[in-house]
Design a protein around this ligand. Sequence first.
Ligand code: JCK
Length: 235
Amino acid sequence: MSATIRLDYLSIFPDYFDVLHISLLGKAVEHGIVEVHSWDLRDWTHDRHRTVDDTPCGGGAGMVMKPEPWGEALDELLGTEADPSIHIVVPTPSGYPFRQQDAEELSGVTRIVFCCGRYEGIDHRVLDYARERWSVHELSLGDYVLNGGEVAALAITEAVVRLVPGVIGNPESLTEESYSDAQEGLLEYPNFTRPVSWRGLEVPEVLMSGHHGRIAQWRHDRSVEITRSRRPDLI
Ligand code: JCK
């Protein structure tokens, strides 16, 4: 019996998460390793316009998501009792940077609820309310601006689910990952496959030499070189 994880998505665009039923994630869903549910936040509104936003207190541009639909949705999905084994992920441009380490931690839990905001984000009190009951992760994908949390939630989902035992067909690719230069915080060396000669471009000779020591040395050197030029912050 393999591990199972349940993922819920709260969003005003629940169809974003239809993609979870295809590809690698779809297989995991079919095999019952991963259970996914996406919910329309507007189902927890009560007015005829199904309003989820309002003007920001204190003024300023844009709109802010009202707390009431979020509170009612979370209470209905999770109950109101504290349970720190439930993880709430809130993508936000002001979050902690999402790292591989976060993906590893989240791949070991049994329940994650992704709260996907739009507009300028969610009324801050929703986060304070959630923090009193559940384990809340405010995470950012990087220093650029998206229009909402949905794409970030999908990226985080893919990073997490591929680490859940039984999801990747070839577990070697995961063990290899943990012994690679990537583990030392280096970027990966370039990859090649056959044909050895393609449109006048050759596969580096050392990779065809069968000399494992020289191959490992070459790959490590390329990793250091690429990391130094593209991501000097990692050196
Ligand atoms: C969640 C709403 C849109 C747009 C205000 C932000 C200066 C606030 C994200 N790496 C990432 N980038 N963007 C997001 C993200 C964006 C979101 C929501 C995640 C909900 N938006 C938005 C602009 C602002 N500016 C920088 C002021 C929200 C992640 N994860």
